[in-house]
Design a protein around this ligand. Structure first.
Ligand SMILES: Nc1ncnc2c1ncn2[C@@H]1O[C@H](COP(=O)(O)OP(=O)(O)OP(=O)(O)O)[C@@H](O)[C@H]1O
Length: 334
């Protein structure tokens, strides 16, 4: 659906050159929810803005639905922009227009008139759960409701792709979940392709199929969401995703640990089997669970445990070997 090939974006301002995006390549499949995550200034917004020609690459190529989008001009470019909707952190609604008018505006811009506009606005409002807010002004809406209007407006002209620029960053956790749920529904119902940029780890965990991690203009790692969290390869990703933060032990507890302290990361079938108990039993090692949880990504499970192992060093080594044999990732905590 989207092919980004060796794209760079350079800003030249006065005596300063900023390479906001550096030689980035990736593909987004039809119907996929693709996340781009990274800290502030990583180049996410700049990159995503090149996908609908809000920004032009300094070099490289972007192909959407088989068309090199740099070649588009005039009417073709306008038609392309209707195909690629975008939503923003600050919603970008016209404050002097009602909800109805905000959505009708983009339909009229695409040449729709009369009942076609009315019917489509009503359809879109029902789709985003705002049928009762047609006459309200943006100032009368909650953040979540404003973003629903943003989504309706972005999809108004039958967009095939939705770009989300920090679309939930201004919302509280409950509203964020509701908006993500809506995006997932739209993705499934219309095979809508979604490219989502965010600095929020929970957002990618909740809805992205695949994720690219961006740092200083470059994609440092890209994988499906489960693999990225289960086994991040790059140090930057490990630090950014803060993988171990959730199983961080308070210092006094840690100091009281007499045995060997290890962190286990295990996936899927291992989360439903008593593999730790079994291996400990077979090797005569006792274990003491100090921290742990299992996270679910769609159908896949990722377990995290911090345990103290108590026993003879040889037996502990045997236990570790047994667990590793069953694909458990084990890391000693010093
Ligand atoms: N129009 C511009 N002119 C000059 N520099 C720019 C411009 N737009 C962005 N930049 C610079 O490019 C770099 C990447 O910015 P960008 O907004 O793409 O990052 P980001 O990852 O989206 O961060 P944030 O989440 O804070 O928006 C930054 O150093 C920024 O200052």
């Amino acid at each position: 659906m989207i092919q980004v090939k060796n794209v760079s974006v350079r800003f030249e301002a006065k005596d300063q050159i900023i390479d906001a995006v550096k030689n980035v390549s990736f593909e987004v499949n039809h119907g996929e929810i693709f996340g781009i995550i990274g800290s502030s200034g990583a180049g996410k917004s700049t990159l995503v803005r090149t996908l609908n020609r809000l920004a032009d690459p300094s070099s490289g190529q972007i192909i959407v639905g088989g068309t090199d989008i740099q070649t588009l001009k005039g009417r073709q470019l306008m038609a392309f922009r209707f195909q690629v909707g975008m939503i923003f952190q600050n919603f970008n609604l016209a404050s002097s227009k009602t909800v109805y008018e905000n959505i009708a505006f983009v339909l009229k811009a695409a040449g729709k008139k009369g009942d076609a506009v009315k019917n489509r606005v009503e359809e879109l409002l029902a789709l985003v759960g705002l049928s009762d807010k047609a006459k309200a002004y943006p100032a009368e809406l909650s953040g979540g409701q404003k973003q629903r209007v943003g989504i309706a407006r972005a999809l108004a002209n039958e967009a095939k792709i939705l770009l989300c620029d920090e679309a939930t960053s201004a919302l509280d956790p409950t509203t964020t979940s509701a908006i993500l749920e809506l995006l997932k529904q739209l993705n499934q119902k219309f095979s809508l392709t979604i490219v989502l940029i965010t600095h929020e780890i929970d957002v990618v965990k909740k809805i992205c199929d695949r994720v690219a991690v961006m740092s200083q203009g470059e994609i440092v790692e890209m994988d499906n969401t489960f693999n990225l969290f289960a086994n991040p390869k790059q140090q930057f990703t490990q630090n950014f995703l803060n993988i171990d933060e959730n199983t961080h032990l308070p210092e006094p507890i840690r100091q009281n640990v007499k045995g060997k302290l290890v962190r286990l990361r295990y996936i899927n079938e291992n989360t439903t089997q008593p593999i730790l108990y079994q291996s400990a039993y077979e090797t005569g090692v006792a274990f003491n669970i100090l921290h742990g949880f299992i996270e679910y990504f769609d159908q896949q499970a990722l377990g995290n445990l911090v345990i103290e192992l108590i026993g003879e060093p040889n037996n502990i080594q045997q236990l570790i070997a047994k667990l590793e044999h069953q694909s458990v990732i084990i890391e000693e905590i010093k």
